[in-house]
Design a binder for this molecule. Structure first.
Ligand SMILES: [Zn+2]
Length: 107
């Protein structure tokens, strides 16, 4: 698990949130929060996506919304890295929003 990029990546609260979001979006986790069966990536960036969600992606500025599951989606690491950290200046989420909306309509 490479969750070190999140400042509180190892806190209990974040683990619970991550588990909730991954399960909501179709992943199966064991009781140690390890992914048994990954669900589908919700970002699905063409040419980037590896399909299977192994991490949780913030769709809004984390400094504003915190770790609210409403603003979190399961994503593969490739998409997550491509979209970047929304809390970083210059890395806003227009691209991600587009794919998220597309995805909702296709469900
Ligand atoms: Zn992806």
């Amino acid at each position: 698990m490479k969750s070190r990029s999140w400042p509180n990546g190892s806190t209990t609260a974040w683990r619970k949130t991550r588990r909730h979001v991954l399960q909501r979006d179709g992943s199966e986790l064991d009781d140690k929060d390890r992914i048994i069966t990954p669900g589908p990536c919700m970002l699905r960036i063409p040419g980037v996506c590896t399909h299977w969600a192994t991490c949780v992606h913030h769709t809004a500025d984390r400094l504003i919304v915190g770790d609210d599951p409403a603003y979190l989606i399961a994503a593969c690491r490739a998409c997550n890295n491509r979209v970047g950290d929304p809390t970083r200046p210059g890395k806003r989420l227009e691209a991600a929003s587009h794919y998220i909306h597309t995805d909702l309509y296709n469900l």
